[in-house]
Structure formats: C-alpha cells, structure tokens
Design a protein around this ligand. Structure first.
Ligand SMILES: [Zn+2]
Length: 372
C-alpha cells in the first residue's frame, strides 16, 4: 500500500507541475546595474544624459542603493525577490550572461526562445530565424493552444519565424487582429494608430502590455511571452531620465500583469513567471547607452568601432528573475558558475512539465537550481 501511496503522490505532484502556466517577460537591455544598485549617480547627474531631473530621479538620488532599487522597481524587490528568485547581481557572486557572441537584440532573443546560439544570426535585420523556438515546438508538436507573443519591437515576427511557425505574434505597430476583439482591444487599435512613437521600429510599451493583457483575458493561453522595449530605446537615445522612468513603468506593467493573473482562476497560484533581458549595456557615463561585443565591431556594430575599439565591455552581462508555484523561494541567488541566457528555453519547458531534450537536444540545460 505504501508503495502505491508514494506512486499516487508522485503522480499528483507531476500532475500539478504539468498543469501550470508559463509567462515569459523580457525587458530590452535593462542593465543589471540599475536593477541591483538603483540609478548610477554619475549618469543621473550628467546634464546631457539626464535632461530633466524628474521627481522620481530626485527621490532616487536621495536614497541609498538598497532603497533606491526598491523605489525604482517596487514589484521586483518587494514581491518577486522575496517570494521567488533573482539572479545577476555581479556585486555578490551572482552571474549570468549571454552565450551568443554579439551582445545585441536579435541574437539575444533568438537565444532566449530557441535555447541555442547560431553565429550566422549576427545582425538585427529582418531575416527569418532558421532555429526553432520552444514556443513553436509547444504549439505545433505539443498541441498547445493560443500560444502568443506580444512585443514592442517589429523584428519579433522574424525572430520567431511566423512564416514557418504560424505563431501569433503581435509586435511593432501591428494592430490586434485575427480574433474577436474586446472593446478595449479595439480602442487600443484606434489610439495606437493615432499615437506617434519616438522610434521607427519600436512602439510604446503601453500598447504591447495592454494588447497582451486583453489577449490573456480572452484566450487564456497556457504559455505567453511579452517583450517590453522602451528601456533599450531610451538608453540608445542617451536619455537616462527617460530610461529610468521606463524602468519604473515596466515594473508597474509586470505588477499589473501579475495581479491580473492572480485574479483569474485559470492562472491563480498556477502560473510561473520568468523575467529576463536580451543583453546588458556599458558600465559608465561614456558607454552606458551602447551594447556590442568586440567581435560585432567588424560587422553589424561597426559604427562603434572608432570610439570603442574593445567593444562595449560588460554588455554580455544580464539578469533574470522568477516567481511562481514551481519556483524556489531563494531571493538573491548566488551562482557557482556563469549562468547563460540559452538556458531560459529549457527552464521554461521544464516548468511546463515538458522534456527539453525532446524539444532540442542541443538546447542549453535548464536552470534546475531555481525549480522546486
Ligand atoms: Zn535589445
């Protein structure tokens, strides 16, 4: 009897992990430095980088780093870091970086979604990815319904190869389409068309976020990804004030998303959330706005070669966080080795009760340290 009992218990616990949902959130190029130390004083006090000393910036500059990071990202620090896990604080032996050789977005997102690197993916150009994402595999080989990706950058349909994958990807300036829209989603379509974006290829995150939440409420997918983009583009513009405000807003979006999930019976206490970034950035006033490896200077990033002949040092460094019923409550986790961005795909699949080996035996292994 005892033997059967343990078998039943084992089945129950397997059953529970197999039923949980997964939401993957990415925040483009948000540095580990702000996440773990709060704003960097030399950049915050520079008149070119910080054209407006906003109320938030002034407040942050009066606070010690531990308090400032909490003011900057309250959901991350008071909720996620206490109930889940956060990795990438290089000041306290917690290390994570990209495995690709380039330190910019397309190769980064490809690494996140496919679990492998491909040295031919060496630009941000709109080329269809020859690699397969775990989302494509779940939808087409494991029969997951309504798998969707919402992103601010208009290159996601190529990174996720929608021509081949047929994944539902809404990004760039695309309207919500292809399903029966809620009134709110229809209104978002209207105001998105009326709202200018500061950038040619990236929309404001409010559209990405609200389209994603409306889709979630309607279709209740088991797996979804949301990719916020403002942080990276304000940084490239050299505007630290805007970058800091965008970081604060993104934390609020994630908090809003989490509250939405916890208000729905399909998701409440049954959803694991992974947060990761696609690349880091430079570390000082001169290079914080950029990101590129030395190797990339001879190709896609050649515009930076003259000023930064060594590339943007440290832009391979990233961070991640996770929370949910299958995530260990570890807080700030130290790492015994450098964790890699390529491990996210297998981690996501493991959290869904899937076998990463079946997805792609070449994909990097899951970060099992964080999984219950
Ligand atoms: Zn990026």
């Amino acid at each position: 009897m005892k033997r059967y009992l343990s078998l039943i218990l084992c089945l129950i616990s397997f059953h529970s992990i197999a039923q949980n949902n997964l939401i993957l959130v990415t925040i483009d190029g948000l540095r580990w430095q702000e996440v773990f130390r709060g704003p960097q004083v030399e950049i915050a006090n520079d008149k070119d980088a910080t054209k407006h000393q906003t109320k938030l910036m002034k407040q942050l500059l009066t606070q010690p780093p531990q308090k400032a990071r909490e003011t900057l990202m309250p959901f991350l620090w008071t909720h996620l870091a206490t109930q889940g896990v956060i990795i990438g604080n290089r000041d306290s032996n917690s290390r994570m970086s990209v495995a690709n050789q380039w330190n910019f977005s397309y190769p980064g997102y490809s690494e996140i979604f496919t679990g492998v690197t491909n040295s031919k993916l060496n630009s941000n150009k709109k080329v269809n990815n020859p690699e397969f994402s775990f989302l494509e595999w779940l939808q087409n080989k494991r029969n997951y319904k309504h798998v969707a990706v919402f992103g601010s950058w208009d290159v996601f349909p190529y990174i996720l190869n929608t021509e081949r994958s047929k994944l539902h990807v809404n990004s760039g300036f695309a309207s919500a389409t292809g399903y029966d829209l809620s009134d709110k989603a229809a209104f978002l379509n209207e105001i998105q068309a009326q709202t200018p974006s500061p950038w040619a290829t990236v929309r404001l995150d409010t559209f990405t976020h609200n389209f994603a939440v409306e889709y979630l409420k309607k279709h209740k997918p088991r797996v979804m990804a949301i990719s916020y983009g403002e942080t990276d583009d304000f940084a490239h513009d050299g505007r630290y004030d805007h970058y800091i405000e965008a970081t604060r807003r993104t934390d609020r979006f994630i908090s809003d998303l989490w509250q939405q999930l916890q208000s729905m019976p399909e998701y409440k206490n049954k959803t694991n959330l992974l947060i990761v970034t696609d690349h880091g950035r430079g570390s000082n006033l001169n290079d914080w706005q950029h990101h590129a490896s030395k190797k990339s200077l001879s190709g896609y990033m050649k515009a930076l070669q003259q000023e930064f002949p060594e590339g943007i040092i440290g832009s391979e460094h990233i961070w991640m966080a996770a929370i949910g019923p299958d995530i260990k409550q570890l807080g700030q986790m130290k790492t015994s080795r450098e964790l890699k961005q390529s491990q996210i795909a297998a981690t996501a699949l493991t959290l869904l009760g899937e076998k990463p080996m079946k997805f792609n035996p070449k994909a990097a292994k899951a970060i099992v340290e964080i999984i219950k």
